[in-house]
Write a protein that binds this ligand. Structure first.
Ligand code: GLV
Ligand code: MN
Ligand code: MN
Ligand code: MN
Length: 409
């Protein structure tokens, strides 16, 4: 069959329409998981999916599954999807592109009157970002069995709000069981969120796997005391100790190329300009495509914590809260993406996902790959995140043809 293209204008219009929900002044989006804005985004998406002829179900962790029937409903669906939640200062495309390109695949199949043997299913996974509730990729992680449903429902945000209660509050605590999900194959489209496709001048990234991650919560306890009367040698300052820890995280990552290390969240107590800080809580995010290197980064972080405790007298509690090893995607799905890109005449290259994606957890129970598209200057998790209608059309058209290969026309 000749390679098909999706409707570029319709895909772009839907992206721009969704971006109005939680729009920020700088042109980005703030639609944190399980807030009223997340509910608005979910409601809009469900309306569109139903208008496109899909049947919609919600599972116990709030994942939304929209199904376009196949000719043989006894067969497992060919799946796609991503997330609608964003970072606090997120862009218009991270996650949303993967959801709306799934919808555009269904709309395009409808336009062409194409029936597939396997059903097609588009998933919106709950709390991919891990920003409001840590860790990330919760909805797909529960379905894959990496997390139990109960442990996820019991997670709390910084205000102490429980995830399960927030799910109920926005009306997305569904009844479909999180167990027993199957896919014949799964593909997720996503902007690359990094600089490589742009630097190489390629239109499509054929994603061969995802790097591993280790997340930690760290609590540093020193002693609060007066900023003017406590001599420098008598202080136990939790913030200066944190500064050393943050620089150590940077240096550990630099010593493990191409690993990454980030402290992105910090709270200082009592946060008063003339009191020496007695309490700091912060996050550490370590990533590497090689599991042995990631373990080595973990070991160095632990050594650093032991050394700083000794040197400064600050008590440091390092709590690992999340780990997954690097994920290799399925050869047949990688090949389907490559073949689709070639058939459409798009330049392409193999690439490893640096970010976490729901596809990483879906690959626990289904053959999976991803389609990446470039984003301007490689910037993401930023309101200025940008891409073009042409790039979205290309990624979505590759998705359509890769899904068609697997869903058998
Ligand atoms: C979430 O988007 C992550 O990759 O950290
Ligand atoms: Mn994402
Ligand atoms: Mn993200
Ligand atoms: Mn992500």
């Amino acid at each position: 069959m000749k390679a098909l293209k999706v409707n570029k204008a319709r895909l772009w219009d839907s992206l721009m329409e969704m971006a109005k929900i939680g729009a920020t002044d700088k042109g980005g989006c703030c639609r944190l998981a399980l807030t009223d804005l997340d509910k608005q985004g979910r409601d809009l998406y469900i309306r569109w999916a139903e208008e496109a002829g899909c049947t919609v179900k919600i599972d116990q962790v709030g994942n939304i599954m929209a199904t376009r029937p196949g000719e043989d409903m006894s067969l497992p669906p060919v799946g796609t999807g991503s997330h609608l939640d964003t970072q606090p200062t997120g862009g218009k495309f991270d996650g949303v592109f993967g959801v709306l390109s799934g919808l555009e695949v269904v709309r395009s199949l409808n336009d062409h009157g194409i029936k597939t043997r396997h059903p097609i299913e588009i998933s919106v996974w709950t709390n991919e970002e891990g920003s409001r509730f840590a860790p990330a990729m919760m909805g797909s992680g529960v379905v894959s069995g990496r997390f139990t449903l109960q442990e996820i429902l019991d997670k709390v945000d910084v205000e102490g709000k429980r995830l399960g209660d927030e799910l109920e509050r926005i009306g997305y605590a569904g009844e479909t069981p999180v167990t027993g999900r199957q896919y014949h194959a799964f593909f997720e489209t996503h902007i690359e969120q990094g600089p490589y496709l742009e630097a190489e001048g390629k239109t499509i990234g054929v994603v061969t796997g995802g790097q591993g991650q280790r997340w930690y919560d760290v609590e540093l306890t020193g002693q609060e005391s007066h900023a003017g009367t406590t001599p420098m040698h008598l202080r136990t300052d939790a913030l200066t100790c944190s500064a050393e820890l943050i620089l150590a995280v940077q240096s550990i990552a630099q010593q493990h190329k191409p690993g990454c290390g980030t402290v992105g969240f910090m709270q200082v107590g009592p946060n008063s300009r003339n009191t020496i800080p007695g309490k700091v809580t912060l996050s550490v995010d370590l990533r590497h495509p090689d599991d042995a290197a990631l373990s080595d980064m973990d070991a160095q972080l632990q050594e650093t914590v032991a050394r700083l405790t000794q040197e400064t007298g600050v008590k440091i509690e390092l709590k690992p809260i999340w780990y997954y090893a690097p994920i290799p995607f399925a050869p047949q799905c990688i090949e389907a993406v490559r073949t689709a890109a070639a058939a459409l005449g798009y330049s392409h290259m193999d690439i490893i996902a640096g970010a976490g994606h729901d596809a990483c957890y879906v690959s626990d129970f289904a053959p999976t790959s991803m389609v990446f598209t470039p984003c301007l200057n490689g910037i993401s998790h930023n309101e200025i995140e940008s891409t073009t209608a042409e790039e979205c059309e290309a990624g979505c058209s590759v998705l359509l043809n890769a899904m068609l290969q697997m869903a058998e026309v």
